[in-house]
Write a protein that binds this ligand. Structure first.
Ligand code: PA5
Length: 380
């Protein structure tokens, strides 16, 4: 509550889960709302997931730093740096850049420069050592054995969620209930096992090697990108593993939709449907008859969720009529509980599928090759 802005630095699994929560559960234009409309919640920015000079320079340049010693409350900002290994170059470089700016604002030896930096890292490693040297009062652990892409329900996701004022108990309750369902529900009423079975059979018996997660609406795109990484990094080993692809409909019906309707029969589409909107329902406005050139008066008064429902049903029908199968995940409304369920179900499904195909879903040895080469090229 003391801060106006908060920066999340991380890459891969140490980043996407928090971003998924932000996009799904906060106002789409959160950062542009006045503080009161944000409920006092800081504006949130994500970086450290690349070495893109320009985007880094733009965000660092936007944040108050050296030369602004009389910072007003609106200037106060902080950051979390998330890295399990503590040695990921992209995140480390970003941390150094942002730290310099933050220390310029508060003073390198000030309490604020320590208090407003919250590292989240493994028990050992460079970031852990640096945190000790800097004397940061709050350093949150990433438990041993929990890889980045499986860590969203640790401090990695929970700290940014707390900064955003989200209901952490509901998030964890959703995940816990998904785990209970996984252990107790019969196949046919067990989302984890049902999804795994459908995807596995589609792949091995029908050659559907592309797994499309189709989110209806804009708020779950980052969740889809989190899942893309989860599936690709966990099961894309030994020359195996489906190709994950997130689409946002109806947007992508106007781009990828052509290929999904008439392209190779190598795709399983799984719809991710939210039944009820969170905001007041909009209806299509009526226009004067002389301004009905768009011929929308025939639909005047129709709620937008009804239009979305027609799009979902119409698309599934078109696929079915061409013998292209679809599966559905349905949540009643998008809230912390549903996000906990989705995260946990997709993580469990990935692990179960790993067992099914004989692939260890943990670890990402293939990611090391580029790191070794990049560091050698940089003489590091
Ligand atoms: O899922 C994973 O394990 C990876 O995507 C890592 O999160 C990513 O490579 C970043 O690693 P680290 O958290 O060690 O900085």
């Amino acid at each position: 509550a003391e801060l106006d802005r908060f920066v999340v630095l991380g890459i891969g699994g140490s980043y996407m889960g928090a971003r998924a929560l932000f996009e799904a559960l906060r106002h789409r234009w959160h950062n542009e709302l006045p503080r009161a409309a944000r409920g006092g919640v800081p504006r949130l920015y994500f970086e450290g997931n690349n070495v893109d000079n320009d985007t880094l320079a733009q965000l660092v340049g936007m944040l108050p730093g050296e030369g602004e010693p009389n910072a007003t409350p609106e200037d106060r900002w902080g950051l979390t740096v998330i890295s399990k290994s503590g040695g990921t170059l992209e995140t480390s470089v970003a941390f150094r850049l942002f730290r310099r700016t933050l220390e310029g604002l508060y003073g390198a030896d000030s309490d604020e420069a320590r208090k407003f930096v919250v590292p989240i890292t493994g028990e050992t490693g460079r970031l852990r050592e640096l945190s000790k040297s800097k004397g940061y009062p709050a350093v949150f652990p990433i438990p041993d054995g929990v890889g980045g892409r499986f860590s969203v329900l640790t401090a990695v996701g929970l700290l940014p969620a707390a900064v955003l004022g989200l209901d952490l108990r509901a998030l964890l309750a959703g995940a816990a209930d998904a785990t209970d369902d996984f252990f107790s529900a019969e196949p046919g009423a067990n989302p984890t096992l049902d999804y795994t079975a459908v995807a596995h059979v589609a792949e091995v018996e029908h050659g559907m090697h592309t797994r499309i997660l189709c989110t209806w609406g804009n708020r779950l795109e980052a969740l889809g990108l989190w899942y893309d990484q989860l599936l690709a990094e966990s099961l894309g080993k030994h020359e195996q593993g489906a190709l994950p692809l997130t689409v946002v409909n109806t947007r992508d019906l106007h781009s990828r939709g052509q290929q999904h309707q008439e392209g190779r029969r190598d795709k399983l589409v799984t719809n991710l449907v939210v039944e009820r909107p969170s905001e007041d329902v909009l209806t299509i406005p009526e226009a004067p008859a002389e301004l009905d050139q768009d011929e929308l008066n025939a639909l005047a008064g129709t709620p937008l969720p009804t239009v979305m429902d027609a799009a979902i049903r119409g698309t599934n029908q078109a696929y079915a009529e061409d013998d292209r199968p679809t599966a559905d995940f349905v949540v009643p409304t998008l809230d912390e509980y549903a996000m906990g369920q989705l995260f946990q179900t997709l993580m469990l499904a990935t692990v179960v599928e790993g067992r099914l195909v004989g692939t260890n879903p943990y670890g990402q040895p293939g990611v090391e090759a580029y790191k070794t080469n990049m560091n050698a090229i940089l003489g590091r």
